[in-house]
Design a protein around this ligand. Structure first.
Ligand code: ZN
Ligand code: ZN
Length: 329
């Protein structure tokens, strides 16, 4: 098998040959059909996540076919297509696992961060944390890959944002381009906020159904019920708080963000809420995949060969992509 390995933060990934492993009890061995490139991978690359172990094979938006199963695995079966998301495994016994908040588990394993991920031809995964992606519903693995993080985390952020009708999305990349399709299918209006002068991203948002698109420093044409921030810039927090109505919510959807600058208390006053989204639960996975299927979400992807992982990461960092980058081994 081949992997793109990150030896330590700040290094480019390098192509490495490995012996094909046998799945241990509770594991499956997948042949990777596609693996999405997520902004979180850049944080792993830059050494910004305390959870990360090195050396590591990044990648946590994996679509693959089961090639072998370990002892005790009844599902998925050999030949079935599944998705492997960021949440690779939880302890099952901590306070959070026992209280239906496995996304906050005290001893989690994260795919492509603390266990090897999908920038590879093959990957091992815990069977119980794989999500079903039947080939009949998801014939194109590259299309399905971004749903597994950009989609799922966006879905969790939207549920924390509440059921308001007017939603702002700050940062219009892989997550926002999927989420806008779900939100508009639910009858919501979406305002898209991008970097100043990013006419291309604004046009992309409008083409996907945004009611309004503009720079993040601009005021939207109406007060928002909620805003979700996908861009990793803390300076967006006061801007988003300023744009939401009384009692509205601002949800930070990223795993890492630059420092939030000081802001006047009146921006938070009147019961505005500021929350972050951490990881996902398996329930989020099933719920989002169902919502995406009923909204007939279409992922806009740019495909790269496995060996082009560095190029894909670079394009994502430079904002040179519309939608999502996906590696095809
Ligand atoms: Zn736990
Ligand atoms: Zn991700």
């Amino acid at each position: 098998m081949k992997v793109m390995l990150l030896s330590r933060p700040g290094q480019p990934l390098s192509l490495v040959e490995r012996t094909l492993p046998a799945p241990a009890a509770g594991e499956v061995l997948l042949r990777v059909a596609a693996c999405g490139v997520c902004r979180t991978d850049l944080h792993v690359l830059d050494g910004e996540l305390p959870q990360a172990h090195y050396p590591i094979v990044p990648g946590h938006e994996i679509v693959g076919t089961v090639e072998a199963v370990g002892e005790g695995v009844a599902s998925p079966r050999v030949g079935e297509q599944v998705g492997v998301p960021w949440l690779g495994e939880t302890c099952g016994t901590c306070f959070y696992c026992r209280h239906d908040q496995e996304n906050l588990c005290d001893n989690p394993v994260f795919t492509g961060c603390s266990r090897d991920g999908g920038y590879a031809t093959h990957v091992l995964a815990k069977a119980a944390f794989c999500l079903a992606l039947p080939k009949a519903l998801y014939p194109d693995a590259a299309q399905a890959a971004p749903l597994l993080c950009a989609g799922l985390i966006g879905g969790r952020a939207l549920s924390l944002a509440g059921d308001g009708e007017r939603i702002g999305l700050y940062g219009f990349g892989a997550a926002a381009h999927l989420l806008i399709q779900v939100a508009t299918s639910q009858g919501r209006q979406v305002c898209a906020f991008t970097r100043e002068g990013d006419a291309e991203a604004q046009a992309f948002a409008l083409s996907l159904g945004a009611t309004w698109a503009g720079a993040s420093t601009q005021r939207p044409p109406f007060e928002l019920d909620a805003a979700i921030i996908f861009a990793p810039s803390g300076e967006l927090v006061p801007l988003a708080l300023r744009a939401v109505r009384k009692g509205g919510s601002v949800v930070c959807g990223g795993i890492h963000m630059s420092d939030i600058p000081g802001f006047p208390y009146r921006l938070l006053w009147e019961e505005r809420r500021l929350v972050s989204v951490a990881n996902l639960t398996r329930h989020d996975g099933h719920a989002f995949l169902a919502a995406a299927a009923s909204a007939k979400v279409v992922s806009h992807v740019r495909r790269y060969a496995l060996e082009q992982a560095n190029e894909a990461l670079d394009d994502l960092r430079r904002g040179a992509l519309q939608g999502a980058a996906v590696l095809i081994p």
